[in-house]
Design a protein around this ligand. Structure first.
Ligand code: PXP
Length: 248
C-alpha cells in the first residue's frame, strides 16, 4: 500500500492478455505488465479469469500469485470452478462479477438481491479462507443492502454508466450517475462495507470518483492499457495516480 493518499489504485491487466491472445504465443506478457504496474505505483493488480478464458488464463493467475508483492484482486464469476481456483490460490481479494446477462442488474453490476441465499453460501468458504470478498454492484440501495446481508466485506461500485454518459456528452445523465454513486458510497459505508469503484474510468472521469471520500480503491484497466500504446504503461499509471491524488 502507498502513503501518498488513502486511495488505492488497482491496475487491471486483462487487456494485455487480450492483445497476447489475438496472436497466440506469449507476448505481450501480462505478468511483465503487472510487475511494471507495481513499480509504477499500483497498489494492487486486478485480473479477471473468465469462464471462456478469453484473455487471462490459469497460468497467468498462477504467475501473478507467485511473483507479485502487491495484493492480487481476483475477479471471477460465482461458479464452482472459480471457487475451487480461488480456494486453492487464496488471493488477497476476490471480486465477484456477473458474466452472464441474467446475472446483471440494470446498472450492470451483479444481481445480489435475486440470488442472495446462493451467493451467501458461495462466499462463506472464501471468507473462511481469508479472501476479502468484494461484490461488483450498481449504485442501487437494495443491491447494496443485499451485499451487506450476505456477508461481503467490500462493494465495488460500477462506474460504467457514469463514464459512458460522459463519453457520449450526456452531461445531465453523467451528473445524475455521479450523484447516485456519491449517495450509494455513503450508504454502503454506513452499512459497514468498504467501498471500491471501477469500470470505464479514464483521465477525464477519474477525478470526481477519486474525490468521493468513502471510496478507498479504484480498479482501472482498459483505458490504461490503451493509453500505454501512446504514452507507455508506467507514465499512464503515474498520470492516473497523480489525478487521483490531486482529486483527493
Ligand atoms: N472493476 C471490475 C469489477 C471490472 O470487472 C473491471 C473490468 O474488468 C474493472 C474494474 C476495470 O474496468 P476497465 O477495464 O473498464 O477500467
Amino acid at each position: 500500500m502507498n502513503n501518498r493518499s488513502s486511495l488505492r489504485l488497482g491496475v487491471n491487466i486483462d487487456h494485455v492478455a487480450t492483445l497476447r491472445n489475438a496472436r497466440g504465443g506469449s507476448v505481450p506478457c501480462p505478468l511483465r505488465a503487472a510487475l511494471l504496474a507495481q513499480d509504477a505505483g499500483a497498489d494492487g493488480i486486478t485480473a479477471h479469469l473468465r469462464e471462456d478464458r478469453r484473455h487471462i488464463v490459469d497460468r497467468d493467475i498462477d504467475a501473478l500469485m507467485d511473483a507479485l508483492r502487491v495484493p492480487l484482486n481476483f475477479e471471477m464469476a460465482a461458479t464452482e470452478e472459480m471457487a475451487q481456483i480461488a480456494l486453492r490460490l487464496k488471493p488477497h481479494a476476490v471480486c465477484i462479477v456477473p458474466e452472464k446477462r441474467e446475472e446483471r442488474t440494470t446498472e450492470g453490476g451483479l444481481d445480489v438481491l435475486h440470488s442472495e441465499d446462493k451467493l451467501a453460501r458461495y462466499i462463506a468458504p472464501l471468507r473462511e479462507a481469508s479472501c476479502r470478498v468484494s461484490i461488483f454492484i450498481g449504485a442501487d440501495a437494495p443491491q447494496i443492502e443485499a451485499a451487506a446481508r450476505i456477508g461481503a466485506e467490500v462493494v465495488e461500485l460500477h462506474t460504467g454508466a457514469y463514464c459512458d454518459a460522459h463519453a457520449e456528452g450526456r452531461m445531465e445523465a453523467r451528473d445524475a450517475e455521479l450523484d447516485a454513486l456519491c449517495a450509494m458510497a455513503t450508504y454502503a459505508q454506513g452499512l459497514g462495507l468498504e467501498v471500491h469503484a471501477g469500470h470505464g474510468l479514464t483521465f477525464d472521469t477519474v477525478g470526481p470518483i477519486a474525490a468521493l471520500p468513502e471510496v478507498i480503491e479504484l480498479n482501472i484497466g482498459h483505458f490504461l492499457i490503451g493509453e500505454a500504446v501512446f504514452m507507455g504503461l508506467a507514465p499512464a499509471i503515474k498520470e492516473m495516480r497523480r489525478l487521483m491524488d490531486s482529486a483527493r
